[in-house]
Design a protein around this ligand. Structure first.
Ligand SMILES: C[S@@+](CC[C@H](N)C(=O)[O-])C[C@H]1O[C@@H](n2cnc3c(N)ncnc32)[C@H](O)[C@@H]1O
Length: 197
């Protein structure tokens, strides 16, 4: 399988913006969940679009099992090389009905998160709907995305996230500014969207 994201895998972990984004995302996860409590040591988590696992590295020490999936084989190869004990790195598209799925989806997940992924998906709303169906009762979906401004080609607006989470029929929905990043002299805001099944 070829994937345009492959070319971004090499050297990605040395990019300070990638590390900072993951650290900020993890801090916002900590402030909105009790993920560092002992309750989470038995939880099953899905990192959708994990890349090289920058955020998985932060989350893994606190959870039982972390399944990290990505359609880029080179991203997955970097994550595998890190040998994080409770992380299972899987190359493939778990949402593609025509592909054999290498992940046990039937057992469900307590947390599914997507860090800087949803804004790049061709069918964002469809993906959220499908991911919502993989959550255990009371499970949580969390996404972080660059906040889109008028005319932007990438990113998502608060309304887009709100609508997608509503269509996925989450019971409790929250969309807000999580943090901002400075790149090339520009301040770029990042939104966090959360839905509870
Ligand atoms: C901007 S990168 C973010 C990577 C990582 N989550 C992070 O925060 O560093 C977007 C990632 O989403 C992955 N991706 C895109 N579409 C996907 C899909 N349908 N299923 C799984 N991963 C996908 C890409 O291969 C890429 O690694």
């Amino acid at each position: 399988m070829t994937d345009t994201w492959n070319e971004y895998a090499k050297g990605r972990d040395e990019n300070p913006t990638v590390r900072l984004y993951a650290d900020h995302a993890f801090a916002s996860l900590v402030s909105t969940t009790d993920i560092r409590s002992s309750d989470w040591t038995s939880k099953r988590v899905l990192d959708f679009g994990c890349g090289t696992g920058s955020l998985a590295q932060n989350v893994a020490p606190f959870v039982g099992e972390l399944i990290a999936v990505d359609t880029s084989e080179k991203m997955i190869a970097v994550l595998e090389s890190k040998h994080i004990p409770n992380v299972i790195a899987v190359h493939g598209d778990i949402l593609a009905p025509d592909q054999p799925c290498k992940v046990d989806l039937q057992s469900g997940f307590d947390l599914i998160y997507a860090s800087s992924v949803c804004g790049f998906l061709p069918d964002y709303e469809g993906a959220v709907l499908a991911l919502a169906g993989l959550l255990r009762s009371g499970g949580r979906f969390v996404q972080w995305d660059w906040q889109a401004s008028d005319g932007d080609e990438f990113g998502l607006s608060e309304d887009q996230i709100q609508n997608a989470l509503q269509k996925a029929k989450f019971e409790s929905i929250r969309v807000e500014r999580a943090f901002s990043m400075e790149t090339d002299g520009q301040i770029l805001p990042v939104l966090i969207g959360t839905g509870i099944a």
